[in-house]
Design a protein around this ligand. Structure first.
Ligand code: ATP
Ligand code: MG
Length: 446
């Protein structure tokens, strides 16, 4: 993308309404624009990152064997009356009436709708296990929407639902989700710690939240620092293997890690050596639940088991806060000059800064870089505006591309361009070809 033809409305001033750094940087970098309280338009740069985050979620869900579909945002109130949640859900539920006076709602979650789909088409244990998921906009009429996309009213969520013949099979689905979530967040450059949580309006006893550590997080968290040494990395996991998934879950749930809702000071003191006790704050970026037959029983989602009996199917639901993740990633990865995108989610793979726009040799070298990077399947953002070098660097630092290639007449005379890491600030001179190869290698390994 050439910056001169792009739509990147960066702000010079720090927006006064934004209280936390991720919100400020998303506004300043021209990623989002507020449309109403807690409702945002995703401008081109923000939209690119949103799509990349979504793509990782899709890939990791499907790696675990989960099947994508798409359910609507608007739902009929009748389904919610069957589960009892139409009245129980409270003020966060946006209730709508259509022209025929039918009660509708903007879905805050989809347990009822997916259970209805299931009961319409599945009736035998032979069709199980089954996990269906979608990535769709949700609406929750939060009392206090704030912190930008972090606590919106309209937000993008991945929500998945498992259907299993009995508790053991459903617990495997739970474990499988935990493992796939760990990998999902790691690919985004995040450490999200699974913590035992309380269940809220979804219901159920077994539940973990995934928290990214950040001072601005809304949850208070208590954990054993040993958990921060764990990495899933590129371990090959057989998601069908109950033992393999359980072993990984055991590894991650052995160290103490809880939110304020479930924290037990005595257990914390007893189980965690003082020097490893950590009290801090975290951002919830996902949650998994096993809730058994809470929806299948009232809604009559039954399957025939291998003994020939009709039994309610065992379910769980599993959410990832896709749009919130952008805020969480920025909270975890920024400096005083702007965002620092992890390679896994960056909106462009690298920036090209032309130090002397209009100089024939410099322009030609930048064009060549742009073409070669593009031919290697990379997406560069080329700052081809007629601007001072300082302004170009400031824009690149603000939007946070992890790598920048700087091209100027002086370097070119020696056959060199400069490759700079946004994270470390370190620069290295090398030939144009080497710079392309280096960037390509970095992303091949990422
Ligand atoms: P919270 O406790 O933050 O209100 P929740 O526990 O009610 O969230 P879940 O039902 O677990 O939310 O939804 C799954 C995920 O969706 C959450 O882990 C979170 O990342 C995201 N999410 C929930 N509410 C919002 C919101 N208002 N804005 C943005 N993301 C949200
Ligand atoms: Mg939650």
């Amino acid at each position: 993308m050439r910056l001169s033809r792009y739509f990147l409305p960066v702000l010079k001033e720090t927006p006064a309404e934004a209280q936390i750094v991720s919100h400020r940087l998303m506004l300043r970098a021209g990623m989002i624009k507020q449309a109403a309280a807690g409702i945002y338009s995703w401008l081109p740069l923000g939209y690119r990152v949103l799509r990349r985050v979504e793509q990782i979620v899709h890939e990791e869900q499907q790696r675990a064997g989960h099947i994508p579909l798409l359910m609507p945002t608007l739902q009929s109130a009748d389904l919610w009356r069957e589960s009892g949640r139409y009245d129980a859900y409270g003020e966060e539920l946006l209730r709508i009436r259509d022209r025929h006076d039918r009660d509708m709602l903007y879905g805050p979650t989809n347990e009822e709708m997916i259970t209805d789909i299931f009961r319409s088409h599945v009736s035998s244990y032979r069709d199980l296990p089954l996990t269906l998921y979608h990535i769709q906009w949700k609406f929750r009429d939060e009392v206090r929407p704030r912190f930008g996309v972090m606590r919106g009213r309209e937000f993008l969520m991945k929500d998945g639902y498992n259907f299993d013949v009995d508790r053991d099979a459903a617990i495997h689905a739970y474990n499988r989700h935990m493992v796939s979530y760990l990998r999902t967040y790691e690919r985004m450059g995040l450490q999200a710690i699974p913590m035992r949580a309380a269940s809220g309006p979804i219901g159920g006893d077994d539940t973990h939240e995934f928290l990214v550590l950040a001072e601005t997080g809304e949850s208070e968290v208590f954990y054993d620092s040993a958990i921060t040494d764990l990495r899933l990395g590129d371990r090959v996991v057989d998601f069908d293997s109950r033992d393999e998934c359980r072993a990984i879950v055991d590894e991650w749930t052995a160290p103490y890690a809880r939110t304020d809702e479930t924290h037990d000071e005595a257990a914390f003191a007893e189980r965690v050596p003082t020097e490893r006790q950590r009290r801090s704050r975290g951002i919830e970026v996902g949650q998994i639940f096993y809730f058994g037959t809470k929806y299948s029983e009232p809604m009559g989602a039954l399957v025939t088991n291998d003994a020939g009996e009709r039994v309610p199917v065992h379910m769980g639901s599993h959410g990832i806060g896709v749009s919130r993740l952008l805020g969480a990633i920025i909270e975890a990865s920024h400096d005083e000059n702007g965002i620092i995108w992890p390679e896994g989610v960056t909106p462009f793979h690298c920036g090209i800064v032309n130090l002397r726009q209009g100089d024939a040799a410099t322009d030609a070298a930048c064009e060549q870089l742009y073409a070669t990077l593009t031919a290697r399947g990379l997406d560069p953002l080329y700052d081809d505006r007629d601007e001072r070098a300082g302004a170009k660097f400031a824009t690149m630092d603000l939007v946070g591309l992890p790598w920048r290639i700087t091209v100027g007449p002086r370097g070119l005379n020696a056959g060199k361009v400069e490759l700079t890491s946004r994270r470390t600030g370190r620069s290295e001179e090398m030939s144009l070809e080497d710079a392309v190869a280096r960037v390509a290698d970095i992303y091949a390994a990422a």
